[in-house]
Design a protein around this ligand. Structure first.
Ligand code: ARG
Length: 472
């Protein structure tokens, strides 16, 4: 049988291009240098083999190739899989990409039957399939790593559901919260990230195989059969879209960008908390490094690198968007540039997730220091204002004014709010009684914030319990 697709490589001896029939000269060295992709798309070898095996089985079932040819192809592909696993497979630049490397090797192993594998298929749908399967797995892997990080955060949050720390706005002390509550904020963020990877995975789970070069195939192929064999929900419904869509990768990179951004925010907080000026947490030697000149230093390098590696994910989304934005339908070679940014983004993200999971488990808060900071900066001023509203029925605006004056007076006297004498408070509002002191400690402030999702330990524990159920 002959091959129908416009991109029909003929298997030829090494040194001649697969499309040798139409060409009499070899490509210029520079042509090969800019064209070659085997250096990076060799990572698609497992997906390429799986796709070819499903395609060969389908061609046989459809009566397009004989059982003998299929058996030879399957046996050859299995051997190639072993060679790749053993590190003995000859990846050769003259065969440009992973697809032609596999086919060339198949021909060496089984002879002319190899030339029948590419029937009713093009490298355009082949690469779309391989890359989609790679991105699908990356989404699964990454979602799993995100959940591992969530579990580490949950464990730490549970141990510190009552550990006080200052809550900040504008990085100024605002109101006391608990360390557990703060960590649970990240559990929420990473929960949405895992959801985004799952959504992207579900949307991309359609098989482009059989779209061929761009228009479909005249052979009686069964695209539903290959889709099912490769774990897809269904085949893609438009052959042009099938070979020219890369928004599955963009969507995964978008999810990855947001996740990396969340990791970076947590990394930044760890860096700040580790400074002697804050002194909120410490990391063991396992996740810090020293300085070659300053013997006293303990640097949070892992956190800094997680913060920096977010650039890979964010940059990759940008890079692939720019590659795609001007492309007419259907396939253009520009799209070969989709892989490197995607591989780099997911490599960086996976390493960052692992490192962050390790750091979170390693993180030990300095509870005394955080509690002291939680009470500093007049952090219970809102509690005083709320008390005036509740107990004396003051309008909140008036209560805010009285409280502001109390803070000013405490500042003048060099004390904090709980240390401000009752007479001073009564000079501002005569009806204040000494019961007000019950609400002015950070413990009381935190315990009082029992609204759903608030920082009160009972609420934090309720959220921890819910997430534990979700994550098991
Ligand atoms: N190496 C190519 C890529 O990654 C495979 C598809 C090539 N198709 C073609 N018509 N030249 O995009």
């Amino acid at each position: 049988m002959t091959n129908d697709s416009s991109d029909a490589p003929q298997t030829t001896p090494a040194g001649q291009a697969m499309w040798g029939g139409r060409f009499s000269d070899k490509p210029a060295e520079l042509m090969q240098a800019i064209n070659v992709s085997i250096g990076f798309d060799r990572r698609l070898a497992p997906q390429d083999l799986a796709g070819s095996r499903a395609h060969a089985a389908m061609l046989r079932k459809a009566g397009v190739i004989s059982s003998e040819d299929e058996a030879a192809i399957q046996q050859g592909l299995a051997q190639i899989g072993e060679e790749i696993a053993a590190g003995t497979f000859p990846f050769r630049e003259e065969y440009e990409d992973i697809h032609m490397n596999v086919e060339a090797r198949l021909r060496e192993l089984i002879g002319p039957s190899a030339g029948r594998l590419h029937t009713a298929r093009s490298r355009n749908d082949q690469v779309a399939l391989d890359f989609r399967m790679w991105v699908r797995e990356a989404c699964e892997r990454t979602a799993g790593l995100v959940q591992a990080l969530q579990r580490a955060l949950l464990a730490k949050a549970e141990a510190h559901a009552e550990t006080l720390m200052p809550g900040f706005t504008h990085l100024q002390p605002a109101q006391p919260v608990t360390f557990g509550h703060h960590l649970m904020a990240y559990v929420e963020m990473f929960g949405r990230d895992a959801g985004r990877f799952a959504d992207a995975r579900a949307r991309m789970n359609e098989s482009p195989l059989g779209a061929a070069a761009l228009a479909g195939s005249p052979f009686p192929i069964d695209r539903h059969m290959t889709a099912q064999a490769l774990g897809f929900e269904r085949p893609t419904a438009n052959s042009l879209d099938s070979v020219s869509d890369r928004d599955f990768a963009l969507e995964a990179l978008a999810a990855g960008s947001i996740c990396a951004l969340h990791l970076s925010r947590l990394a930044e907080e760890i860096v700040v908390w580790m400074t002697p000026q804050f002194g909120f947490v410490r990391l063991t030697d396992a996740f810090t490094t020293g300085s070659s000149i300053m013997p006293q230093k303990k640097n949070p390098d892992a956190a800094e690198l997680v913060r920096a590696k977010a650039g890979k994910a964010l940059g990759s989304f940008q890079q692939l968007s720019v590659v795609m934005k001007g492309l007419p339908l259907a396939y253009s070679k520009d799209m070969q540039e989709d892989k490197v940014p995607t591989f780099e983004a997911f490599d960086a993200l996976e390493l960052s997730l692992r490192a962050m999971t390790g750091m979170v488990a390693d993180l030990e808060p300095n509870a005394e220091r955080m509690a002291a900071a939680a009470g500093a900066g007049f952090s219970t001023a809102t509690d005083l204002a709320d008390w005036l509203v509740r107990e004396l029925n003051l309008p909140f605006r008036d209560a805010h004014h009285v409280t502001g004056a109390a803070v000013k007076r405490a500042e003048e006297l060099g004390c904090d709010l709980p240390g401000l004498p009752l007479a001073e408070l009564q000079a501002l509002e005569s009806r204040i009684t000494d019961r007000v002191y019950e609400v002015l400690t950070p413990e009381a402030s935190v315990a009082s914030r029992k609204s759903y999702g608030g920082t009160a330990p009972v609420q934090v524990r309720a959220q921890i319990k819910r997430w534990k159920e979700v994550l098991q």
